[in-house]
Design a protein around this ligand. Structure first.
Ligand code: IPT
Length: 997
């Protein structure tokens, strides 16, 4: 019996109630969340035990909280989380699953009041992974499949007064698992609430309040749909705020209600109205947002205006509780999205907890509600046997889309239904789309893998290159996945990237390049970053060191490593620099200095700029010299205004920057007044303070094995600077390698190197990862040879040759040390020999400073780190930070912390200050970190980094950009670092060490 439920293709069985909307009701409900009895079995127990019987003795069982995943209870004997991306974690043998099929038996006892018993009773499961077999008082009431979908069972005839016993058997694997192969942790159990719902006789079974908005007349219209027996009438629909009250005497009377002038709902102005649907026995409480979703030609419009999606893919995740919903945390995450200018969410890759949509309605997000469906593992078999095209699975597919739609249909935030993710293509998907179109003619159907656009409405792609975006927009075939000939048709439709900018580790780069195309190519509506947050699970080493585990950290036989950590927010909820970059790029308010005026471009969907304030400040060499407010008349959505720029007096010397900021004028749920929505900088004068005068130099002396120049000492043999004043150091050393980012070390996509991006469907030609290429050349193992150390009048000149073993290519570094009136000067050049292949990770000089430094202050770019293809958020100014905070603690340690354009750097604990000059050099980026490149490259988790041996300072004239190649396009050619010459002009000053800034 149990076995057949495990392999059954049926969507569910037993007393299943037709799916209904999730709305608040006055009918009594009983939340069964709490402590249940639980027994774990590594495989399905033999039948005949009578575990469902009321009198069964479960006193030997354990306790478990419901909702929860049983593998996250700190009980290793109950199994462990498993992470796989595309692969199924068991043999492809549909519909079969392994005999070792972890099984949880749950029992809970509850009392039923007479009041509840007077009614029909439903038992609702909001989420169980992967199949639940439910029995009440010893009688089977139903089997529930579809892990992230709600299912109600009618238990009226089994419920009894007083004590009732519910038994639920949950198998981790079932035939349904073949439909739920999303890229995430496998986390079995009852992970959403189980609720008892009383349904009054003559109650209102279901309601859909479609709320349409006529943009021309600026009026709202309700198109109610009510499911109830005739005896439930009369039913009244009431919107008190609008003075609307309409009573329908019978089902035949139910029809449109003109509600008159209303304010429309949008993600920018999420105006909701309270609505009541009521009759003699029950009142339903809803919130209504008036808006019209439509596709007109290649435009996907809401309320007559083209949508611009600045989105993220959001999974349900918590480092301790997995996919168990926490309203406060979800809200916090959505507030951070709002602060980061994100306006859209794709609920990858299943319908989230229903309350998510309440939050999205309220805070304002455009949402693509995605179905609980993914069969990605069939790709390895070229989609042979894919359930998506197998009639045997059709009912299951249709049942899923029906339950997805019916539960969430009332939410105005949902502007599209997505069938699922990565499930190939086939008739069952087409049937789902057809069902949706018949049921909801308004909201477009999304499904990425319908490449040909046969049954979906939106042309959707993942990780496309800029070239592909352009080609698709032009209707050209050569760069797209659809068959040629189809592409011209597709160009007549709206397009989105349902996934782009793979945010794994440091990156993705090129955010701004995509935004530019979304702004200019008519079919494109924007995209959704993959993804919002890392999914590390909190765990600890054998010595009790806590860390966030990813694939492989839980003893999985097969796993996909750190691919589960690819978000703009880390597992511990720390935002990464990419989130800052994304916020700066996708800001709805663009500020631009243009023709001597400031242009304010309101790219909001709705709402003028009256809720914003505009201000400016001038900083001379990073210090404020003037500031003020800007009078910007309210700019309507979709329009631009320009205002005159404030004047300024040109100083004799220095770098003068003006910063414009647009900030919120009032407190919003996501930020207090003054929150920066947008900013831009303008260089008013670029006359940097030059290098001071040279001191009259004496020829360096050789004292005790070291050359001495002023208060600097250099190793007599290597020429390395070893001491400056009281500061011990070593260097500089040339470095061409960096601790690979995951975009450097993975190569899901081809490389652009040696090929024009447009010549390959995915851009560029297949090539090993950058990490492999760099190591192949030997950038990580440079040998140094001292060519010469020569003392001359006022100068020490040091020449080094750096080269990897086995090849003749080399870089010659020449360092010239001298004394200026204010400190020690270094001018350096690095000159490569010919024929270096490929790219370099960096061209930098490394200084090894004492271990344990904690503070830094700089004049340069910040506050976040920045790279060639991720520098839109960077602003020139003076910053200070704990050295530790200069680096982002990615799940896998890697390159981080490069801040371009350094002018000054101060290390107070050493009393050391460095200046970099443009004249005679290039302003380098700096990185300060407690670990060396090999140490970082070696570690797979932050806690594996060894105790720090030094504080390393890199001054990189250039680093290669970041790209997105862990699962997306390579670093664009224009952001690559081709072997090149570099120059540095630095001055070092020493003063009194101070413990802090
Ligand atoms: C794409 C998946 O849709 C998504 O779930 C995630 O796995 C992402 O990749 C990578 O992190 S599919 C990919 C093969 C393009």
């Amino acid at each position: 019996m149990a076995m057949s439920e495990i392999i059954s293709l049926s969507p569910g069985s037993g007393r299943r109630v037709p799916p209904r909307a999730r709305v608040a009701t006055t009918a009594p409900q009983l939340d069964l969340s709490g402590t249940w009895r639980f027994r774990f079995s590594p495989r399905p127990p033999a039948p005949g035990e009578g575990v469902a019987a009321v009198e069964f003795d479960d006193s030997a069982w354990d306790d478990i909280e419901v909702p929860a995943h049983w593998v996250l209870q700190g009980r290793p004997e109950w199994g462990q989380p498993i992470y796989t991306n595309v692969s199924y974690p068991f043999p492809m043998d549909a519909p079969h699953v392994p005999d070792d099929n972890p099984t949880g038996d749950y029992r809970v006892t509850f009392e039923l009041s007479d009041e509840m018993l007077d009614h029909q009773l439903y038992l609702r499961f909001d989420g169980v992974e992967s199949v639940a077999i439910a029995s009440l008082n010893g009688t089977r009431v139903g089997v529930v499949r579809g892990s992230r979908l709600a299912q109600e069972l009618d238990i009226t005839s089994e419920a009894r007064p007083g004590r009732n016993v519910l038994h639920v058997r949950v198998h981790q694997w079932s035939a349904a698992t073949y439909l739920e192969n999303q890229d995430q942790w496998w986390l079995p159990g009852i992970f959403r609430a189980v609720t008892l719902i009383s349904r009054p006789e003559h109650g209102i079974e279901d309601v859909w309040l479609r709320a349409d908005y006529d943009t021309v007349a600026e009026r709202g219209r309700l198109l109610p749909e009510v499911r109830a027996t005739e005896s439930a009438f009369p039913i009244t629909v009431r919107l008190e705020e609008l003075g609307v009250e309409q009573t329908f005497a019978s089902s035949r009377e139910v029809g449109p209600i003109d509600v008159g002038p209303v304010e429309p709902w949008s993600a920018d102005v999420p105006r909701l109205y309270r609505a009541e649907v009521t009759n003699a026995v029950e009142t339903l409480d809803l919130r209504v947002g008036f808006r019209r979703v439509e596709i007109v030609g290649h435009e996907w419009r809401v309320n007559g205006r083209k949508l611009r999606l600045r989105g993220v893919n959001k999974h349900e995740y918590d480092p301790d509780h997995g996919r168990v919903f926490d309203r406060e945390q979800t809200r916090e995450a959505m507030l951070l999205m709002k602060r980061s200018n994100i306006n859209a969410i794709r609920t990858s890759h299943y319908p989230p907890h229903p309350e998510f949509f309440d939050l999205a309605d309220e805070l304002g997000f455009w949402v693509i509600n995605e179905g609980d469906l993914e069969t990605h593992g069939f790709v390895y078999d070229n989609w042979v046997g894919n359930p998506s095209d197998d009639p045997l699975w059709r009912d299951s597919y249709l049942d899923r889309v029906e339950r997805q739609f019916e539960r969430d249909k009332n939410h105005p935030c949902i502007v599209s239904w997505s069938l699922g993710n990565e499930s190939g293509s086939g008739e069952n998907l087409a049937a789902m789309a057809a069902w949706l179109k018949a049921r909801d003619p308004e909201r477009p159907v999304h499904y990425e893998s319908d490449y040909e656009g046969r049954y979906s409405d939106i042309v959707s792609r993942m990780y496309s290159t800029l070239e592909q975006l352009r080609a698709m927009s032009a209707g050209l075939g050569q760069n797209d996945i659809a068959t040629p000939g189809r592409t011209a048709k597709l160009a007549q439709r709206p397009m989105i990237l349902c996934e782009y900018l793979h945010a794994m580790g440091n990156g993705a780069g090129a955010v701004a390049d995509y935004e530019e195309l979304f702004d200019t190519l008519p079919q494109w509506h924007g995209g959704f970053v993959w993804e919002w947050r890392d999914h590390g699970l909190r765990t600890s080493t054998q010595n009790g060191q806590e860390f966030y585990g990813y694939g492989g950290d839980f003893g999985e036989e097969l796993h996909d490593g750190s691919f589960v950590c690819d978000g703009m927010v880390l597992s511990d909820f720390t935002p990464t620099p990419m989130l800052t970059e994304y916020a700066a790029v996708v800001t709805p308010i663009k500020l631009r200095v243009k023709d001597g005026r400031l242009e304010v471009d309101n790219r909001r969907h709705a709402g003028d700029t009256a809720d914003l304030r505009f201000r400016w400040r001038d900083e001379l060499d990073g210090r404020e010299v003037a500031s003020g407010k800007l009078d910007v008349p309210p700019v309507p959505a979709g329009e631009q205004r320009t205002v005159p720029l404030p004047g300024f007096t040109r100083p004799d010397q220095g770098e003068l920057w003006r910063t414009f900021e647009c900030v919120s004028a009032r407190d919003e749920p996501w930020a207090v007044a003054g929150h920066v929505v947008s900013s831009t900088q303008q260089l008013l004068q670029d006359n940097p303070t030059p290098l001071g005068r040279a001191a009259v130099g004496e020829t360096p002396d050789l004292v005790e094995g070291a050359w001495v120049l002023g208060d600097a000492r250099f190793d007599a043999v290597s020429g390395d600077l070893i001491q400056l004043g009281s500061v011990q150091m070593a260097g500089p050393h040339l470095e061409l390698f960096r601790a690979p980012t995951e975009n450097d070390s993975l190569s899901a996509f081809p490389s652009y190197v040696d090929a024009e991006p447009s010549t390959h469907p995915n851009g560029g030609k297949p090539a090993p990862s950058w990490d492999e290429q760099w190591r192949q050349v030997g950038l990580d193992r440079l040998h140094r040879r001292v060519i010469s150390v020569t003392a001359g009048p006022g100068l020490l000149t040091v020449r080094h040759r750096y080269a990897p073993a086995a090849i003749s290519q080399a870089v010659t570094v020449e360092l010239t040390w001298s004394l200026g009136e204010e400190g020690l000067r270094m001018s350096a050049t690095a000159v490569p020999s010919e024929n270096w292949p490929g790219t370099w990770a960096r061209i930098g000089l490394r200084f090894d400073l004492p271990a344990g430094l904690t503070q830094a202050a700089w004049f340069g770019t910040g506050p976040s780190d920045n790279y060639a293809d991720s520098a839109i958020a960077a602003r020139v100014g003076r910053y200070e930070s704990a050295i530790e905070d200069l680096i982002t603690q990615y799940a896998v340690p890697q390159e981080s912390g490069h801040r371009g354009g350094m002018r000054e750097l101060r290390l107070p604990e050493l009393g050391l200050e460095m200046r970099a000059f443009k004249a005679g050099g290039e302003r380098p980026g700096f990185t300060l970190r407690a670990h060396s490149v090999p140490e970082v490259a070696e570690a797979r988790h932050p806690h594996e980094l060894p105790p720090s041996k030094a504080t390393y300072l890199w001054l990189d004239v250039q680093q290669q950009g970041l790209g997105s190649r862990s699962c997306g396009p390579d670093v664009r050619p224009e952001y690559m670092l081709r072997p090149r010459m570099a120059q540095w002009a630095l001055e070092f000053r020493t003063g009194e060490p101070r413990p802090s800034l």
